[in-house]
Design a protein around this ligand. Structure first.
Ligand SMILES: Cc1cc2nc3c(=O)[nH]c(=O)nc-3n(C[C@H](O)[C@H](O)[C@H](O)COP(=O)(O)OP(=O)(O)OC[C@H]3O[C@@H](n4cnc5c(N)ncnc54)[C@H](O)[C@@H]3O)c2cc1C
Length: 472
């Protein structure tokens, strides 16, 4: 039967394979429903460790196993690759595409968890010069830019032109900015110390810029002050009350809250400043009449459904509810809550409690052996906080192999000085460049089919990743 006489199990469509999407699919394991998970990437990304992929500690496979592999034994789930572009709420259908292939997926319940991306505060032109850190592509591109900058500095040293290549600017002093700045500094001062002959990597400057008056402001004044002091002790130049006014391939224009202006010559920049919800939040709002907030996040009811649509759940970073922060636990707990709602409805249990986020605490690393952790009223710092960070991240990584391998890489990087995942390939650099030039329609957003199978890569045409090669 059907359309819509039913006589089949309810269909649940999930959009996104991040913390929200993946944990919802897993939580529906024993529920008598058929689940279709659609995502524009083939993998689940453990975003909190992206900065370690960018700085050569971990490989992308360790933090981003394929979704298909994770869910292979869950018989009630199928995984489809595709970017969802339209949601037909009247007919309960999702429209997705993968390059030229269009797919329509029907649903009885819909759960959307498409996350957020970087926001350049009205300056989208900055993205080319300072990539954000949201995806595996971002992390690998940044890896190319960071390691590429040291390579070009070595070449430019005899001409006295190395300094801008050895100056790294990180914009945004939240957890991601602090972690990236700390790791670039540690890479330069420890891991690359003996690798070059004409430059001294330890002299590389790392400048951390933020418009606010504290680093890690959400951690409270004591942790902020401690973190700033630790960063400065490592040699990181922390500039607060500083706003990025302009940016190009060669540097950054900074305006300070006291009116001063400054130009910092730096070839390699990283954007860790703002976030904006996935565009699908606006599309869903348009389709359902829901509202979005200033960051583009969709406003939902306390039970994570949309007004007038008890069959549509929204979860994670794309959602505005009770000022909940954009962190993994909000997405995971929301996903489990929505799955339970679906299960209860199927079991004929109607009344449901609203969704409440249980805050398990927050943590950020400053460098090896140093972190800050807030759990309830407790404020921890230093080695103990770092051990807790290590344990929690290992626990939430998906996959046994991934955990063992990550532990090995941490041992090499933190006890020793090695970064075994420092390779940057010209093929990747070329891929990034071609993806930028081709209309999204031709590739989808996956990069699949970039080169026809078997077509050799003409390495004579290739050069270093975008920033170094374009401007040297
Ligand atoms: C660098 C970084 C560090 C972080 N560190 C921490 C931390 O230490 N602790 C913490 O708790 N949180 C941290 N976070 C935040 C945390 O990762 C997010 O809160 C969490 O990933 C949100 O989960 P989500 O499912 O909402 O979105 P995401 O995990 O971003 O997943 C979104 C999914 O949707 C897919 N998608 C997007 N658009 C479409 C579309 N149109 N069609 C199909 N699929 C689509 C994407 O491919 C992806 O699979 C960090 C985030 C970043 C970027």
């Amino acid at each position: 039967m059907d359309k819509h006489g039913k006589d089949r199990r309810p269909r649940v469509a999930i959009v996104g394979s991040g913390f929200g999407g993946l944990f919802a699919a897993k939580a529906l394991r024993r529920v008598p429903v058929d689940v279709t998970l659609i995502s524009k990437t083939t993998h689940h990304v453990f975003q909190p460790l992206l900065y370690q992929v960018a700085t050569g500690i971990l490989s992308q496979g360790e933090i981003a196993p394929t979704t298909r592999d994770i869910l292979k034994r869950q018989r009630n789930v199928e995984v489809l690759l595709g970017e969802v572009t339209d949601i037909d709420v009247a007919n309960r259908e999702l429209h997705s595409r993968m390059g030229p292939i269009r797919t329509v997926t029907g649903y009885d319940y819909l759960l959307v968890a498409t996350g957020a991306g970087p926001s350049y505060f009205g300056h989208p032109e900055f993205e080319e010069f300072a990539p954000g850190l949201k995806t595996i592509d971002d992390a690998l591109e940044l890896r190319g830019r960071i390691y590429g900058a040291f390579e070009v500095a070595e070449l430019q040293a005899p001409a006295g032109l190395a300094e801008p290549w050895l100056t790294f600017v990180v914009v945004g002093a939240g957890p991601t900015g602090v972690e990236v700045a700390g790791q670039i500094r540690e890479l330069a001062a420890r891991s690359l110390r003996h690798n070059f002959r004409r430059i001294s990597p330890a002299k590389a400057k790392v400048v951390l810029i933020d418009g606010g008056d504290a680093v890690l402001s959400s951690f409270g004044p004591e942790q902020s002050a401690h973190t700033k002091a630790q960063l400065e002790k490592m040699g990181i130049d922390v500039r607060l009350g500083a706003f990025v006014d302009g940016m190009d391939a060669d540097g950054v224009d900074v305006r300070y809250s006291d009116g001063r202006q400054e130009r910092i010559e730096a070839k390699c920049k990283v954007w860790a400043a703002g976030v904006a919800a996935s565009p699908l939040a606006a599309e869903l709002a348009r389709a359902t009449g829901a509202e979005v907030d200033r960051s583009g996040r969709i406003k939902c009811l306390p039970d994570l459904t949309l007004p007038g649509h008890p069959e549509i759940f929204v979860v994670g970073d794309m959602v505005a509810l009770n000022d909940y922060p954009g962190v993994a636990q909000v997405a995971m707990q929301g996903a489990k809550y929505a799955a339970k709602r679906i299960r209860d409805e199927q079991a004929g249990k109607a009344d449901a409690e609203p969704f409440h986020y249980f805050d398990k605490g927050s943590m950020a690393t400053i460098s090896r052996f140093r972190a800050v952790t807030n759990i309830g009223r407790f404020r921890l710092r230093g080695f103990i906080a770092w051990l807790m960070w290590l344990f929690v991240h290992l626990m939430y990584l998906v996959g046994f192999f991934q955990r063992v391998s990550t532990l090995g890489h941490w041992f090499l990087a933190f006890i020793g000085r090695s970064r075994t995942e420092a390779t940057t390939t010209t093929y990747q650099a070329r891929g990034v460049r071609e993806l930028r030039q081709l209309p999204a329609d031709e590739l989808g957003s996956t990069g699949v089919g970039l080169d026809p199978p078997g077509k050799p890569t003409d390495t004579s045409q290739l050069d270093l990743p975008a920033t170094p090669a374009d401007t040297s």
